[in-house]
Write a protein that binds this ligand. Structure first.
Ligand code: ADP
Ligand code: F6P
Length: 340
């Protein structure tokens, strides 16, 4: 009986001890990506449900340096899960690449009493976050880029929407390309990585896929492939070219001059970065957002949220930034067989 009473007393004491309320900041940085809003929404709502004070920082590291801090509550993120872009806006911030900028950023986090800062962005944004971590700020990264070029994770917010947007656009180009019996070069985004090009190349049945990781600059091989395919009776020839290779207009001129086949280049550009996020992006972004908050509440420091072998994990930021990943050579090689 006495023991029971003692337990009860301890429980009550625990309940009566006010825990320090955590203050969590969130920003989006680098190129925007569809699904970033789903992540922000999850961070804010899970944070508030678990008793945290939630702060949004506008315009990435630029807004951090100019102290564009806003209080966020459950209603601030209403009606956002289905929207592309980022309600916090984003920026590339050259000032943050300097030591003074990084020192200043860390001091601002401390001045505003941030117990943790969640950075949604790409590899560059994570490198920025690491400089804050080195200055004592607890940073948690969530992968957000359409490029899928963050080595530690097999998923990044926005990639799924971007490839579906690009795939739809390429299907449309193929219709008109076949009708006019043209060759079409479609340049997709991805910075120096070929993930968007590889996925669209396979999904759109492209006759040629040019990836920065594998392309050897052999234009004659492309020309030969076009001629062979035309002889086989193909009415179109789709080349998906990665922006990391670029020069699509120049390549179109070279092909037309060598083959006599009308050739057009289309650079898809920013339309790939906008639009309603797909279900996959909404679900992964929401889960990663929630996990970022849980990781902070567990007391972990300086983590990157990632998807590895289909599972959500959190990794030490230093280890995560040292990781490498390769684009699939197998998928690249089979794409040639698939499009014959
Ligand atoms: P992403 O995050 O999509 O890769 P960027 O490479 O443009 O996009 O990075 C976004 C911002 O992160 C940069 O404008 C800069 O402010 C910051 N950043 C990038 N790389 C570093 C770095 N090595 N050190 C500090 N900050 C960085
Ligand atoms: O990182 C996303 C991305 O869209 C890349 O694919 C592209 O190279 C780059 O951003 C374009 O950046 P900006 O918006 O600064 O032109």
């Amino acid at each position: 009986m006495a023991a029971k009473k003692a337990v009860k007393k301890t429980e009550n004491m625990e309940q009566n001890t006010p825990k320090k309320q955590l203050t969590i900041g969130v920003l989006t940085s680098g190129g925007d990506a569809p699904g970033m809003n789903a992540a922000i929404r999850a961070i804010v709502r899970v944070g508030i449900a678990k008793g945290c004070k939630m702060i949004g920082i506008k315009r990435g590291y630029a807004g951090l340096l100019s102290e564009e801090f806003i209080d966020m509550d459950v209603t601030t993120v209403c009606d956002t899960i289905q929207t592309g872009g980022t309600i916090l806006q984003t920026a590339r911030c050259p000032e943050f690449l300097t030591e003074e900028g990084e020192d200043h950023g860390a001091k601002i986090c401390q001045k505003h009493g941030l117990d943790a800062l969640i950075v949604i962005g790409g590899d560059g944004s994570f490198r920025g976050a690491r400089t804050l971590a080195k200055r004592g700020v607890n940073v948690i990264g969530i992968p957000g880029t359409i490029d899928l070029d963050i080595p530690c994770t097999e998923y990044s917010i926005g990639f799924d929407t971007a490839i579906n947007t690009a795939m739809d656009a390429i299907d449309k180009i193929r219709d008109t390309s076949s009708s006019h019996e043209r060759c079409s070069i479609i340049e997709v985004m991805g910075r120096n990585a070929g993930y968007i090009a590889l996925y669209c190349g396979i999904a759109n049945g492209a006759e040629d896929i040019l990836l920065p990781e594998f392309y050897d600059g052999n234009e004659q091989a492309i020309i030969n492939n076009i001629i062979t395919n035309r002889k086989r009776g193909k009415t179109h020839h789709i080349i998906v070219n990665a922006e990391g290779i670029g020069h699509s207009n120049q390549l179109a001129k070279t092909i037309e001059a060598a083959t006599g086949i009308e050739t057009r280049a289309t650079i898809l550009g920013y339309l790939q970065r906008g639009g309603r996020p797909t279900c996959t992006d909404r679900v992964h972004a929401s889960t990663m957002g929630a996990l970022a908050v849980d990781v902070i509440i567990e007391g972990k420091k300086n983590r990157i949220i990632a998807l590895q072998k289909g599972k959500y994990v959190d990794l030490d930021i230093e280890e995560a930034l040292d990781m490498k990943k390769d684009i699939s050579k197998y998928q690249y090689e089979i794409s040639r067989l698939l499009s014959v």
